[in-house]
Design a binder for this molecule. Structure first.
Ligand SMILES: [Zn+2]
Length: 390
């Protein structure tokens, strides 16, 4: 027989699971009546009534007008007050901080962005993050309506612990960002790596919604990536899984040292920062040099295409995904040239049995600050033990 404390814990968990299941159903299926909630959850009418009363008290849920025409006592439809609940999303990037205040219908209420040439110390990014949050807070109509802060971070993130493990561009190592922000704002704070977050959103309701096994690669300032296997985000033993930027891709005259300590990593050339640092090219003007037939630019582009194509071909062979999704600034700017070549090389080099793979790309890299706000909404309606990630 379990100890009393264990029983209390499991009762509490069961209660919170039931409560969250009801809340999520009102959000996804509302307007919905108490009777329908009982039918869909298998909970008793009394339990539903108790749970709904708590939600009404907390102002999470609203009773709407009963539908006319039905006979007898009309059931009262319930909806979540999604236009009176808000989330702040912050994109913490190497070159900028971008924030968005959104409501629970994912509508953007206010945006704010600060460009940052360089972070001078490890507390410098936090100063900009605070400035951004403080600005957005002024646009929350009523205190108490803000339900949390979500952060998308370019770097290795331990989402469970709420810490940034390593981000060279942000000068963060073992940085307890969640703890710092929660003590400043007294709100729940959620963190996720930028590519993982993008992949989660695309898997939930985007281009990867029908996919079970997929890979996302974000060719951006650096290179980020995410692996989803059997609908689960795979983060690895130390959160490095999907960091395709450190795939060994270059040799010979294109071999450059990487900030990770190794050499020849894909990010040393096939990224916005790599093109600049080791190739000497700005992403904005690289395309016109290719158009003009600049021999060095053309040779570098060919080397990048070959290296990235073979790397992705190997990834497809190893993970056997049904979809691969490309995104990031490099894809936004050079995608029209790069993607058809990549596609040819990939399909010429993967095993026949992998050729059902679908290669997709996003027309433009999504705004990660609104995605980070979405993280708050997802977590708000999360049912314990059913969470998609982690
Ligand atoms: Zn590296």
């Amino acid at each position: 027989m379990p100890l009393k404390s264990e029983r209390t814990t499991s009762n509490k968990l069961l209660k919170s699971i039931n409560q969250q299941r009801v809340l999520r159903l009102i959000y996804t299926d509302g307007p919905i009546s108490r009777v329908e909630l009982a039918e869909k959850t298998g909970l008793t009418q009394q339990t539903i009534t108790n749970i709904v009363n708590r939600f009404l008290e907390d102002d999470y849920v609203l009773e709407t007008e009963p539908v006319s025409g039905s006979s007898g006592r009309k059931p009262i439809p319930l909806i979540v007050r999604s236009n009176e609940m808000f989330a702040i999303g912050i994109e913490i990037a190497v070159k900028y901080i971008r924030g968005a205040l959104i409501d629970f219908q994912h509508r953007v209420i206010k945006e704010f962005k600060i460009d940052v040439p360089v972070y001078e110390s490890k507390d410098h990014p936090l100063d900009f993050v605070r400035q951004t949050i403080d600005e957005l807070l002024q646009h929350v109509p009523k205190t108490g309506q803000l339900k949390g802060i979500g952060c998308s971070i370019q770097g290795l993130v331990d989402a469970k612990q709420g810490a940034v493990i390593y981000s060279p561009g942000l000068r963060w190592r073992e940085y307890p960002l969640r703890e710092k922000l929660e003590s400043l704002y007294d709100l729940p704070v959620y963190l996720e790596n930028d590519a993982n977050l993008l992949a989660l959103v695309e898997n939930l309701n985007g281009r990867l919604a029908g996919s079970v096994n997929n890979i996302t690669i974000k060719f951006d300032y650096g290179i980020g990536g995410a692996i989803v296997l059997n609908n689960q985000l795979c983060t690895g033993a130390t959160h490095v899984a999907g960091e395709f930027g450190h795939y060994k891709a270059f040799a010979g005259k294109y071999l450059h040292k990487c900030h990770c300590g190794a050499s020849g990593c894909m990010t040393t050339l096939a990224s916005v920062s790599g093109l600049k640092r080791n190739g000497g090219y700005a992403i904005e003007t690289f395309g016109s040099l290719l158009d003009a037939g600049d021999p060095q630019a053309v040779a570098l582009f060919a080397a990048i295409e070959e290296a990235a194509g073979l790397a992705i071909s190997n990834l497809i062979t190893i993970f056997n995904p049904d979809h691969v999704l490309f995104t990031g600034k490099l894809v936004d700017v050079l995608g029209q040239r790069l993607l058809p070549l990549l596609r040819n090389r990939i399909f010429a080099t993967i095993p026949d049995s992998c050729k059902g793979v679908i290669l997709e790309h996003l027309p433009i890299t999504p705004d990660e600050s609104t995605l980070a706000g979405g993280l708050v909404i997802n977590r708000f309606f999360d049912v314990p033990l059913e969470s998609f990630s982690m």
